[in-house]
Ligand binder design. Structure first.
Ligand code: FES
Length: 140
């Protein structure tokens, strides 16, 4: 079996699909190679994520990764969200095939882009090094 049960579950029944009107932060990232696009909306209450939704126009692994990533950050304090890695998303999904790892990178990037958008809009200072342009080694 190429895909784990968890990947199939999150692909078939993705959690937190949709749009948040007047989101506090929105992040949109795309993978130039495959053309897939992921958009994450954050609602932030104090210093925690009170709600999160996503729209992904992409492959099954990208949908499963965004679904899992939203579940992992919902209700979490922002500093924990900053530490979300694509590796943690892949582990939570019980793995992705090697040639699909870049799909999980898209989820990490979208979450961080949304957080950065929130910081920018509210003039909250941050270390730019925390938002590196994740280089997608898996892309071909
Ligand atoms: Fe493009 Fe999965 S193939 S994100």
């Amino acid at each position: 079996m190429l895909y784990s049960e968890k990947v199939m579950d999150h692909f078939r029944n993705p959690r937190n699909v949709g749009v948040i009107d007047q989101a506090d932060g929105v992040g949109e990232v795309g993978n130039a190679k495959c053309g897939d696009i992921m958009k994450i909306y954050l609602k932030i209450d104090g210093d925690a994520i009170s709600d999160v939704k996503f729209e992904t126009f992409g492959c099954g692994s990208a949908i499963a990764s965004s679904s899992m990533a939203t579940e992992m950050i919902k209700g979490k304090p922002l500093e924990e969200v900053m530490e979300l890695t694509n590796k943690a998303v892949v582990e939570a999904l019980d793995g992705l095939p090697a040639h699909k790892l870049h799909c999980s990178v898209l989820a990490e990037e979208a979450v961080k882009a949304a957080l950065k958008d929130y910081y920018d809009k509210n003039n909250i200072a941050y270390d730019p090094k925390q938002f590196p342009n994740v280089d997608c080694a898996g892309c071909h």
